[in-house]
Design a protein around this ligand. Structure first.
Ligand SMILES: NC(=O)c1ccc[n+]([C@@H]2O[C@H](COP(=O)([O-])OP(=O)(O)OC[C@H]3O[C@@H](n4cnc5c(N)ncnc54)[C@H](OP(=O)(O)O)[C@@H]3O)[C@@H](O)[C@H]2O)c1
Length: 341
């Protein structure tokens, strides 16, 4: 068994507001020899996701925060380079929760480590459209949004990893789909490439007027990913009986004190006739992941589901890339290429 130099990024300190370089530290360790039932995975792609900002803070949440000095949490896609398990062979492609590092020793029975077929769709897509964000869209829209053909769906962060899939599934279900995204380039892509009916640039439009024009019959479902001004505008045009699956509210994640901000729960809860609105977690549907994985992968293979990725190079620069999620510099799923093979 070989030992490998392992570069990894740990949480050095907790950010107040927007994370800075000082909140992260690059370290090099050496991998330990494998025990029975263990495999060594080399990271090829690292997924950067908005939820990681929450894990950097020591606030009450559905998941424990990353401890100071602990490897930053993340799902990655990689390849098995050594195996001490009958369940995995060297060369198998896998997804796992390795965190921000080059190598990861996984127990072969870890439910968060699973094989994927890189011959079917590109390996990186198992972190995006065919992975966690795709599953979030799949269950969030269908189970929480409870759509009926002919209804109007508004999707925020519409060009992103989750939003792009929500809107395309919405079209498959016969909804009128209106995206909200930042900038003309993203809006053109959402409408022309992804097939949404309209897409509103929240950075330049008069949101109230643009939503009224794009949603002449009001809004039946709002798939919430951002919060803030977009939610305030949507709230005014919801129909009675509307549903608002709260997937996230990224506009608030870098607030200096998240307990003091006006979240979607305030915005929608304070309406005279509040819509059905609750936070959901993709892991609420864990037992049904296989169904979503199959459907999403089939739709990508047959061209029904389009996707965009921003693939950037270098684990060392992951903290800088992470900030892109909050400025909108990413276009589609943000993935770091850590190694080529
Ligand atoms: N509940 C769950 O289980 C679950 C699972 C996955 C993701 N999520 C949530 O889903 C949301 C989208 O995640 P994702 O992975 O698909 O990210 P993403 O959309 O690929 O990237 C984040 C996007 O958010 C937009 N954004 C950033 N700051 C904003 C602001 N202040 N106002 C409006 N838009 C802003 C930017 O797009 P523009 O350039 O268009 O502004 C940015 O590109 C996040 O809230 C995330 O936490 C929840």
């Amino acid at each position: 068994m070989s030992q490998y130099q392992n570069k990894r990024i740990v949480l050095a300190s907790r950010p107040v507001g927007e994370p800075t370089a000082d909140n992260f530290r690059l370290e090099t360790t050496t991998t330990e020899p494998l025990e029975a039932g263990q495999i060594l995975i080399k990271t090829l792609y690292l997924s950067l996701d908005p939820y990681m900002r929450g894990r950097m803070s020591d606030v009450k949440s559905y998941a424990d925060p990353v401890a100071i000095g602990e490897v930053m949490t993340a799902e990655t896609a990689g390849v098995v380079v050594e195996s001490n398990s009958p369940l995995y062979a060297v060369g198998d492609h896998v997804c796992c929760r390795s965190g921000w590092q080059e190598y990861f020793v996984s127990n072969d029975k870890d439910p968060m480590t699973y094989k994927v077929d890189a011959a079917k769709v590109p390996l990186s897509t198992y972190l995006g459209v065919c992975g966690m964000p795709g599953r979030t869209a799949y269950f969030g829209l269908q189970r929480e949004g409870k759509p009926t053909a002919g209804e109007t769906l508004v999707v925020s962060a519409a060009s992103g990893a989750v939003g792009s899939v929500v809107g395309q599934i919405g079209k498959k279900l016969g909804l009128r789909v209106v995206g909200v995204a930042g900038g003309a380039k993203k809006c053109t892509y959402v409408k022309d490439e992804l097939g949404f009916d309209e897409c509103i640039d929240y950075k330049s439009a008069d949101l109230d007027a643009a939503l009224a024009a794009a949603c002449p019959n009001g809004i039946d479902i709002y798939f919430e990913s951002v919060g803030g001004m977009v939610s305030e505008a949507v709230a005014k045009q919801l129909n009675p009986g509307a549903r608002v699956p709260i997937c996230g509210y990224i506009a608030n994640y870098n607030s200096k004190d998240i307990t003091q901000v006006r979240t979607p729960f305030h915005i929608f809860g304070e309406l005279e006739t509040p819509p059905a609105h609750k936070f959901f977690l993709v892991f609420d549907y864990y037992s049904e992941f296989a169904e979503a994985n199959q459907a999403l992968t089939d739709w990508v293979v047959n061209g029904e589901l389009k996707y965009q990725e921003t693939i950037v190079d270098g684990l060392e620069k992951a903290p800088e890339y992470f900030s892109w999620l909050f400025s909108g510099k990413n276009f589609g799923k943000l993935v770091v290429n850590v190694a080529d093979h």
